[in-house]
Design a protein around this ligand. Structure first.
Ligand SMILES: Cc1ncc(COP(=O)(O)O)c(C=O)c1O
Length: 392
């Protein structure tokens, strides 16, 4: 009989009752060090006092307001994002997938209103993940995500990751509206697009007029030690998707855009009942207050160095289990020689939560405010987990 919860997830037999910082406490009282953070969502850890305060204070004022009215918390968070980024304007969503829907609409409407309605194609990359809606699975294009869900939304072409010539050729086609890419593929296995390639992509977009859309749902909001990952390359997109960390665990997403890319999205062209609601935006502003600070971001970079160094040591100590470390900031991946699911399971035995990804990688995405002692503890537990696999 089908379970009451639609079984689209292969869930681990773990039930958590509460969280504290980088730790989750199971029903039986066992403590797990959380190096997944809800897949890069709990950017400031569990039960963060500043976020709890923002949420509960707002909850006592007003929970929901329609976007038929002005929402001060939404305006405040939008102003913060505009101040700290390339963007001129922001639309709030409840998730990354909804942000994917809007970036597709925005790019197509941009060209429609520019008098080139045939420019509708969006170039994406193999291994990409942009969500599970019809547009997002068509964008990713993989068989794993699309099989059985046709007919797919047309107008997407996937390019091989790292094939510069294919990109150079494809982007010049007259029907191309935009390129959509994750600066670091998350689900795809912590695969960073090198800075020089992001710069090259920006140059190609400038030359052709094609819009550059970045999906920073997983790699954004301080995850790489900069507020947004593209800052490392010294370039900025025309449109960007954000979600996960921006709400610190409260559902919140956003599309950020420059005015020229967003201008065609006029009254009535898009909307959301819950997008930009006061609760989510109050929490989002509290996240930005903390993560948007330079000192906080430099701490993320310092901790990344510490963690990475320890992981390199583990790779050297367990050459049968690990192949190498990849990623940036606190978005790190261990390329494995064993099945990632086996390492994740061995981690559970050690009270450690990690997240598998494609390309034989296990992801480490701890809260950005993780303490040095918890990093050291995670390394000890990973060492034991890897050791148990070798012994097996
Ligand atoms: C890069 C990227 N884009 C989009 C999404 C979809 O976000 P959501 O699950 O909030 O809809 C995800 C989720 O994992 C993601 O990692």
């Amino acid at each position: 009989m089908i379970p009451a919860v639609l079984p689209t997830y292969n869930r681990a037999p773990l039930t958590f009752e509460r969280g504290e910082g980088s730790w989750l406490i199971a029903e039986d009282g066992r403590r797990y060090l959380d190096m997944g953070a809800g897949i890069a969502v709990n950017a400031l850890g569990h039960a963060n006092p500043a976020l709890t305060k923002a949420l509960t204070e707002q909850a006592q004022k007003v929970w929901h307001l329609s976007n038929l009215y002005r929402i001060p918390e939404q305006e405040r968070l939008a102003a913060m994002l505009v101040e700290k980024t390339f963007a001129d304007t922001v639309f709030f969503t409840n998730s990354g997938t909804e942000a994917a829907e809007l970036v597709v609409k925005m790019a197509r409407k941009h060209w429609h209103d520019a008098g080139q309605p045939d420019r509708t194609r969006i170039l994406t990359f193999e291994g990409a993940f942009h969500g599970r809606s019809s547009a997002a699975i068509a964008a990713a294009g993989s068989e794993k995500m699309t099989k059985g869900f046709g007919p797919l939304l047309p107008g997407f072409t996937q390019l091989a990751w790292g094939d510069h010539e294919a990109l150079d050729r494809a982007i010049r086609a007259p029907d191309v509206a935009a390129v959509l890419v994750e600066p670091i593929q998350g689900e795809g296995g912590i695969r960073p697009m090198p800075d020089v390639c992001l710069k090259g992509l920006r140059d190609l977009c400038d030359e052709t007029g094609v819009l550059m859309i970045l999906d920073e749902v997983q790699c954004g909001v301080g995850r790489t030690g900069r507020l947004f990952a593209h800052e490392w390359a010294g370039v900025s997109p025309d449109i960007m998707m954000v979600a996960k960390g921006i709400g610190g665990g409260f559902p919140l997403g956003a599309v950020l855009a420059i005015e020229d890319a967003a201008r065609a999205m006029t009254v009535g062209t898009h909307g959301s009942t819950y997008g930009g609601n006061p609760l989510a935006c109050a929490v989002g502003a509290a996240v930005m207050d903390i993560v948007g600070d330079d000192t906080f971001l430099s701490e993320v970079r310092r901790k990344s160095g510490l963690f990475r160094q320890g992981l390199e040591g583990l790779v050297a100590a367990h050459p049968d289990v690990f192949e190498g470390v990849r990623g940036s900031g606190l978005m790190l991946g261990l390329k494995c020689k064993v099945a990632p699911a086996d390492l994740v399971k061995a981690g559970y035995e050690q009270g450690l939560l990690t997240v598998p990804a494609a390309d034989n990688v296990v992801r480490l995405l701890p809260p950005l405010n993780i303490g040095d002692e918890d990093i050291a503890e995670a390394l000890r537990r990973l060492d034991k987990a890897a050791g148990s696999l070798k012994a097996a």
